[in-house]
Design a protein. Structure first.
Length: 494
């Protein structure tokens, strides 16, 4: 390992002719500076370089290295001074002129930067990088026509210079030449397919020009490269709205909700109509258990729509998550609770389905189907008393609900309520003789099995030992037709 060379004090008094013979020591000192730089010890590297140029002030490459080290430390004024020393020695180094121009722009000297780029082009007139830098410096000075000409020269000499095409696109867009701007952005992307900001600007411009499908495609490309770009997601959502693509808008809303809740809420209010439409399945504001409309979050409906979309696609897990988000924002969202209950039931998650159904009947106490499902799940758990109450509620709401009458009869069989079973059978014989016959067979089979086992309290058609089922053992009064919204054959909650 090379160790830092430390000059003796007597060497400082040596004449230059003697020092010239010590170039090997100077080279070792230069190597030491490079070693310090490789270890990240830039201050020590600078000290070594300064000693080299003190001994050999005509060492152009060391001046360039010293400039780079000063720049790394943020001392750009000294970086500029060191690079000027190199250019004093190598005035025809176009790369050095470009490097100086960059430093001058960073130190807020745009006019001097323009001069440095022109020096580079004096040396190499076809240097695309210098033309591009010249355009950037002129643009910073507000000299837009000259900048446009410089960028055009840049892409003339290097047709795949993506940054120059991008700048051309931006300048054409600012001047209102949308067609030229779109063409330039596409050339930038062709040269550099992962140019995310070019995809984004192309998408914005296409959307503003009414080319909405092109905008959607460009936003998707931008998001492929920057999946957490909230602005790009918002832009995509607006583009989807222009094409009336609600599924796409809902997917955007879901992504925004995970990235920026405030942006998601703004998008939902402005483009998804959140809070603007009444919930057709919601109970009246005066119903027990309901909340005033103003207290409900407008974000529940987009989550509900998103869940429905997932459910249609067969994406059960995603649908459940979205329905849960809907009820998190609005605990009184009956449709979301009902759909959760169905998904839980179909997935064998009975306890969770029961909890969801209890929320439904709290919010929609006049919905026969909810009471029927509540009874079915309680029966599956062996809770026949609770099942009987739920089935009885269903047939009270809809006397023609023959499936509920049948299940009510099965609960009577399970609980030994003979009188209740007789009334159920009377109802079914007049409305569905087939179901009545099936239920009679089940009752006879249950009686036979109980007798064979020596059991007591078996169910017969002449009565039983158990107490009467709720509302059974007496004929219910006449009930008016409650309308299609409460019928068993009416459409379920979506």
């Amino acid at each position: 390992m090379l160790m830092p060379f430390r000059a003796e004090s007597r060497e400082a008094r040596m004449p230059a002719s003697v020092l010239g013979s010590r170039s090997a020591e100077t080279r070792a000192l230069h190597a030491t500076s490079r070693w310090h730089a490789s270890q990240g010890r830039n201050a020590q590297a600078i000290a070594a370089c300064r000693e080299v140029v003190r001994r050999e002030p005509e060492s152009a490459e060391v001046w360039a290295e010293l400039s780079r080290l000063y720049d790394l430390l943020g001392d750009r004024e000294r970086a500029v001074a060191a690079l000027r020393q190199k250019l004093r020695l190598r005035p025809n180094d176009a790369d050095a002129w470009c490097a100086l121009a960059v430093l001058l722009r960073r130190t807020s000297h745009p006019a001097e930067a323009v001069s440095a780029y022109r020096e580079a082009l004096r040396v190499e007139p076809e240097m695309a990088r210098a033309w591009y830098g010249l355009g950037s410096a002129q643009s910073a000075q507000g000299r837009h026509e000259e900048a446009l000409a410089a960028y055009e020269q840049a892409v003339r000499f290097e047709p795949d210079l993506a940054q120059a095409w991008y700048r051309l696109g931006a300048m054409h867009e600012e001047s209102g030449d949308d067609s030229e701007a779109i063409g330039a952005y596409r050339r930038a992307i062709r040269a550099r397919p992962d140019y995310a900001v070019a995809w984004y600007n192309l998408a914005i411009l296409c959307r503003e020009c009414g080319r909405h499908q092109e905008a959607v495609d460009a936003f998707l490309q931008a998001l492929r490269l920057r999946p957490h770009d909230v602005d790009a997601w918002l832009g995509l959502g607006i583009a989807y709205s222009k094409r009336d693509n609600r599924e796409g808008m809902l997917e955007v809303y879901q992504e925004l909700a995970s990235l920026d809740a405030a942006s998601a809420e703004t998008f939902a209010r402005q483009h998804l109509g959140a809070g603007g439409a009444a919930d057709p399945a919601a109970p009246p504001s005066s119903a027990a258990g309901s909340r005033p409309e103003a207290s409900r979050s407008p974000l529940a409906e987009p989550w509900y729509d998103l869940a429905v979309m997932h459910r249609k696609r067969g994406e059960t897990s995603e649908a459940i998550e979205a329905f849960l988000e809907a009820v998190r924002f609005d605990a009184d969202h009956a449709r979301a609770w009902f759909n959760l209950a169905v998904l839980y039931r179909d997935g064998g998650r009975v306890d969770e389905a029961l909890r969801a159904l209890r929320e439904v009947v709290r919010l929609k106490p006049r919905l026969p189907l909810a009471w029927f499902d509540l009874g079915t799940l309680n029966a599956r758990r062996g809770r026949h008393d609770k099942a009987m109450k739920a089935f009885w509620k269903a047939v009270q709401l809809e006397p023609r609900y023959v499936e509920a009458w049948r299940e009510l009869g099965r609960s009577c069989i399970a609980l030994g309520h003979g009188a209740g079973l007789i009334e159920v059978l009377e109802k079914l014989r007049s409305s569905s003789p087939g179901l009545a016959a099936q239920l009679e067979k089940e009752a006879a089979s249950a009686t036979s099995s109980s007798s064979a086992a020596g059991g007591h309290g078996s169910v017969g058609l002449r009565g039983g030992k158990g107490a009467a089922a709720p509302g059974l053992g007496r004929r219910p009064g006449r009930q008016r037709d409650r309308g299609p919204a409460d019928r068993a054959d009416a459409p379920s909650l979506p």
